[in-house]
Structures are given as C-alpha cells and as structure tokens.
Design a protein around this ligand. Structure first.
Ligand SMILES: Cc1ncc(C[n+]2csc(CCOP(=O)(O)OP(=O)(O)O)c2C)c(N)n1
Ligand SMILES: [Mg+2]
Length: 324
C-alpha cells in the first residue's frame, strides 16, 4: 500500500512539474492524461494478496495501485508511463494501457472494458480445468455499462471463476454516486444476477482482505463469481490538473481524514508493530519507487518510425510461430 501511495505522489510531482496549465497533456515528461489512485490502495492490496501470477487481473483507467499489487514489473511500468522504448508496451500504451503478460495484468482507458476479457479468462480456465481465477476492477461510475452487466450475467450463468471488484470512490469524474444509481450500494446489483454481492463499507485493508479471501476462494473452488463492492476514497482529482471545482471541501477533507494507510498503521501499532518497523517499510517502498523512476527517465525515447509497428499482426512472424 505504501509503495502504491508513494508511487502516485511521485508521479504527481513528475507530471505537474513546470506544467502550465496543469492539464496540458502535451507538456512535461509524462505524456497524456494521468489518473492516480491515492486513497484506493486497500482495494488493490486486499484482493491481489490472494492471487497467483497465473490469475488474470484487468483494471480500468486508474490502474497503478492494482498493477503494483498484482506484481507488475515496476521499472517497465514506469518506463511505459514515461513513454519510453523499454516500457511494458514499448512506450505506446501509456499509463492507461499497461500490459504485463508475465503476471497476466492488463488495463484500459475504456471503462468496464476489462470485464469481458476477465470473463473470457475465467471461461478459459474453467474449460481447461485449471484453478486460476480472474478479477475485473472497475469504478462505481462504470456499473451501467453493458459490458459490465453482460459480464455479470455470463459469469453467473456459467458459474465462472471471476470476481468483479468495484472501487466505489463516490465520484465518476464530477458525477456523485447518488446521481448514477438509485441503489444504495453497487453490491445490491448482484442480486439481479443471482450472484453474491458483498459490500466492504470502509476501506480497511484487513476487511477487504477477508472479503476477497471468501470471494476468490469461492471462485477457485468452482463455486462461481462474486461482486465485491469496496468503499475507497479519492484523495486527488479525477485526473492530474483537475481543479475539482465541483467537489465540496468537506468531501476532500473527509478523504484525507479517512486514510486507509494511516488507519492500518494505527492497527499495526495496536498489535505491537513498532514505529521503526513501519518507517523501515516506508523507506524501502520509497527507495523502490525512486529507483524505478530514475531508471525509467534514463531510458531511450521510442523511434518515431516504430509507431507503425505492432499495429497489425505480422502474418509472416505469426505463421512461423514467432513470439510476437
Ligand atoms: C466507455 C467509456 N465512456 C466514457 C469514458 C470517459 N470516462 C473516463 S473515466 C470516467 C468516469 C469513471 O468513473 P468511475 O468508474 O467511478 O472511476 P473513477 O474515475 O472514479 O476511478 C468516464 C465517464 C470512458 N473512458 N469510457
Ligand atoms: Mg468512481
């Protein structure tokens, strides 16, 4: 969790450095938009802690905390975010389109888009009699997308090993959750598909961990899908440069106050973990992040001519069994 938090804080600094206006997506060292997930770490770590490399995770446009929790290579991910040639996708995907086949992680800027591929991965595991599972992350603002609803239905009908994780951060850009749906919690939607819907009301990492253990255990043992709906807090704007004029000050203050990392640290202190140990965890995480950023910024820019590569499958390579 602290790795993900520090990562987002550092990316924010890098992204905004010297940028005026702050939302100028063509300026600065990180190209394009940037959506950060500070305040949502418990939903990533509490779930992904139960996963293996062969389990599949799909994430939306706010993906870094989930990618880190799934074990995506931090250096190559950072190089991708900085648009460098050695990035996960040769610098062509950027921060919303990370793909790491080594740990079966993918994300997309199209909201709810990760749901059908996760269901497909779960279907493949089911047909192969493997016990891997798939997890699809999405925000509460994406739950009216057909892709999500169709995925819930297919997963339920075929009892597939998939868990849908809704990160409810109360906002879809500037749209508050109560204007998106009339149900109190997204978990209630599961009932319409005869699927368990579990709400974790506060982003307590241990509560998420426990709920996810049950959901992933159910999927892995062949007992079908679960919709897990986790309350999280958006500590930053929707995207970097978002002035958040639509957001009441009290809501921003609340997100800062209900910090899941600070609360987890308090719980650990109550369990007898010393401040030295907590400081050590933080400084190890910070060093790892600094190393990844330093490495990424030192990587070459892609050759402009390479923009035309990887657009279509090269049939000669594909036919000869090439690994692309
Ligand atoms: C299919 C589709 N429609 C619209 C958008 C534009 N869009 C980007 S983020 C977003 C809101 C997402 O809100 P939520 O799902 O709650 O995720 P959060 O940003 O809060 O993490 C929208 C509408 C998109 N990316 N994809
Ligand atoms: Mg949201």
């Amino acid at each position: 969790m602290v790795t993900a938090r520090y990562y987002e804080e550092r990316l924010q600094e890098e992204y905004l450095e010297g940028k005026q206006p702050k939302f100028d997506i063509s300026a600065g060292p990180i190209p394009g938009e940037l959506h950060l997930a500070a305040g949502q770490e418990a939903a990533a770590v509490g779930v992904c802690h139960h996963l293996r490399d062969d389990d599949v995770v799909t994430a939306p446009h706010r993906p870094h905390h989930v990618a880190i929790a799934k074990g995506v290579d931090l250096e190559k991910m950072t190089a991708e975010i900085f648009g460098r040639e050695t990035g996960l996708c040769k610098g062509k995907g950027g921060h919303m389109h990370l793909f790491d086949p080594d740990v079966n992680f993918a994300c997309s800027g199209i909201i709810a888009q990760g749901c059908p591929p996760a269901v497909g991965a779960a279907m493949a595991a089911d047909k192969r009699n493997e016990d891997s599972v798939a997890v699809a992350y999405l925000g509460e603002g994406a739950v009216d997308q057909g892709a999500f609803l169709e995925s819930l239905n297919l997963a339920a009908v075929q009892e597939l090993p998939v868990v849908f994780v809704v990160e409810d951060n109360d906002w879809a850009i500037s749209m508050p959750q109560e204007r998106i749906t009339d149900v109190d919690t997204i978990a209630e939607r599961a009932g319409g598909f005869d699927m368990p819907g579990v709400r974790v009301d506060h982003d307590d990492a241990v509560a998420v961990y426990e709920a996810a253990r049950d959901a992933i255990g159910r999927a892995r043992s062949g007992n079908g899908p679960t919709l897990l709906d986790v309350q999280v807090h958006r500590r930053m704007g929707h995207f970097m440069g978002d002035a958040e004029g639509y957001r009441p000050d009290a809501d921003v203050e609340r997100a800062q106050r209900l910090d899941s990392i600070e609360r987890l640290a308090d719980d650990l202190r109550d369990e007898g973990v010393g401040d030295d140990e907590l400081d050590e965890i933080r400084s190890r995480a910070e060093q790892r992040v600094e190393d990844a950023i330093e490495w990424a910024k030192d990587q070459p820019e892609p050759d402009a001519a390479a923009a035309h590569e990887d657009v279509f499958v090269d049939e000669t390579t594909a036919a000869s069994g090439g690994d692309d």
